[in-house]
Design a protein around this ligand. Structure first.
Ligand code: CO
Length: 150
């Protein structure tokens, strides 16, 4: 495993649309392992592949002490709304208030290509929506009602 560099806002890679993962080989597993180590070091709740400069539809979350890996995720259902504070490892030193769905259902593949479905709510739903946005080049600062300094 290796810690990767987290790119910061202003880097064009954060604004690009990521590509579907078709190869579930060693390279993808290495990426996931590296992202996990990078997220632990950065002490965050989630990390998307474009944040480490890789334009693949991959993100991980770390919520309530549990890591989850999502490959080719699709939010297939959402309901309710929640308004709360968000930050991003690619937008250091800032936070903002963002409205998100209260509950989401996300369908994705695991590191072996096997499909699974997760139903999440509250903070986990927020983390999933935030990371999923990264895969389409969207940052929370695009949606935040106000941005503050840490
Ligand atoms: Co982010």
């Amino acid at each position: 495993m290796a810690i990767r560099n987290i790119v910061q806002v202003g880097d064009p890679v954060l604004r690009k649309k990521s590509f579907e993962v078709v190869d579930f080989g060693e390279k993808t597993k290495q990426l996931l392992d590296d992202m996990k180590e990078t997220l632990i070091k950065a002490d965050g709740a989630g990390l998307a592949a474009p944040q480490v400069g890789v334009l693949r539809r991959v993100f991980i979350t770390y919520v309530d002490g549990v890591f989850k890996e999502y490959i080719n995720p699709k939010i297939i259902k959402q309901s309710g709304k929640q308004v709360g504070e968000e930050g991003c490892l690619s937008v250091k030193g800032k936070f903002g208030t963002v409205e998100r769905p209260l509950k989401v259902t996300v369908k994705a593949q695991d590191r072996n290509g096997k499909e699974f479905t997760v139903e999440a709510e509250g903070f986990e739903a927020r983390a999933i929506c935030h990371e999923n946005d990264h895969l389409d080049g969207t940052l929370y600062i695009d949606k935040a009602k106000n941005i503050g300094e840490d």
